[in-house]
Design a protein around this ligand. Sequence first.
Ligand SMILES: Cc1cc2nc3c(=O)[nH]c(=O)nc-3n(C[C@H](O)[C@H](O)[C@H](O)COP(=O)(O)O)c2cc1C
Ligand code: SF4
Length: 478
Amino acid sequence: MPQEYRLILKHADEPGYTPDIECYLRHGGYESLRKALALAPRELPDGKRMSAQEQIRDEVLKSGLRGRGGAGFSCGLKWSFVDRRSGKPIYLICNADESEPGTFKDRQIIHKDPHQLIEGMVISCFANDVKLAYIYIRGEMPEGAKLLNKAIKEARARNFLGPNILGSGYSLEIHVHRGAGAYICGEETGLIESLEGKRAYPRIKPPYFPAVLGLYQCPTIVNNVETLAAVKHIVAMGSGEYAKLGTPNNTGTRILSLSGHVKRPGYFEVEVGKVTMGELIFHENFGGGMRDGRKLKAIIPGGSSSKVFKAGETFKLKRKGPDGQMAAVDVGILDLPYDFDSLQQAGSMSGSGAIIVMDDSTDIVEALANVSEFYAHESCGQCTPCREGALWMSKALHRMTHGHGRKADADYLLHIAQNIQGRTICAFGEACAWPVLSFVKKFKDEFESRGAADEARHGSIQGATGHPTAASPGLPVI
Ligand SMILES: Cc1cc2nc3c(=O)[nH]c(=O)nc-3n(C[C@H](O)[C@H](O)[C@H](O)COP(=O)(O)O)c2cc1C
Ligand code: SF4
């Protein structure tokens, strides 16, 4: 029976569980921090000593924890890139922007169990010699900011934060910074710029990544809320036990946001890779199936910027056979394990863990128009392909959903999207191009038949209203 496995949200929905520190302490809160601060240096067989901080960093690396913010990058590996020799302060920023459409999991931790995040942050800061940390929370979450500020005050009053934490000699301050509600502030370098008081223009990387030159040009760690909350559990359980949860290379638990046309939308914490896409959508413990009389049409598997899946698709996944050799195996969409690697091999990504389900009542052109309007609005405008391309795609889709499409629009949209991806400063370029590329390729008949029907009604639109001109033959004006 596929089920939730609640590690981070273990207590969050229990009757009577509240976000205050007394409740957290009654449930074993801050014990992992005590354990971390009390770690003694360890002698290694080669005679070297491993400090408490190094031991925690090593545990996080060995746990296999992968970032829960979108890219799924190894948390321990990211920490290992931090420049510890620069002599500059090291900062840690908790990314609580949670702006990827379809995602509503970080706010469950913040609203229901904020001390878990604070504890995870203090341990992570201790492990990385951080003395000052920030929580960057999106502007539309004022209640979350209030709860976090209260939690910080409570933690400081109990000496879990502030100077000389629990008599360990280690001191840390955490500040909450509220964003003003721009999607690009979730991108880590845009976030850093915003935190510095500037416009959230993402920085070009490489050559410099935040681990070397981040906030105020100092080494900086940016991690997602859920990633940092998981650190507390890795310290509590040990990396070995944590890594037993989930599947190889996809360890631990993940909080998934399930929305759209299912009977039971909501958030579910599962062991990574132990539940399939079909179970998440159809099983009574999760989505409970499609609305009555409806059939599955499409799934956005990892937030609106991930490539869409079409019902009935099959994928070639790499799997170890009985002889221990890797082989390509056909896996249907409903049997796809929900983990980082399987979704990537299937041509999409698990991103922020936000699954948006669409049934056969969905107008796929309308759905893409909706997604594209969001990206056109949120582009920061630094790079021409993203700034112009996102707007062109949105305008073309707007035209198509208002009765003025043409058959050639499908190829036109693909042409623009192909010229955005890989040609921009930050991954927003891919975020706005991938939905277009996947929706149009997988549902091309719907885009073309709609355009053809409009052309049959109105005739071919020419010139400034939408079609090839002498100035740009072949490339229509939007
Ligand atoms: C356009 C864009 C928006 C993003 N939005 C978020 C976000 O809202 N929250 C988040 O944690 N990461 C977001 N990310 C990913 C961050 O840049 C960064 O990789 C992440 O915070 C690192 O944390 P992790 O390693 O713990 O996942 C976004 C990335 C891009 C390109
Ligand atoms: S890709 Fe888009 S959002 Fe990212 S820097 Fe360029 S214009 Fe800004």
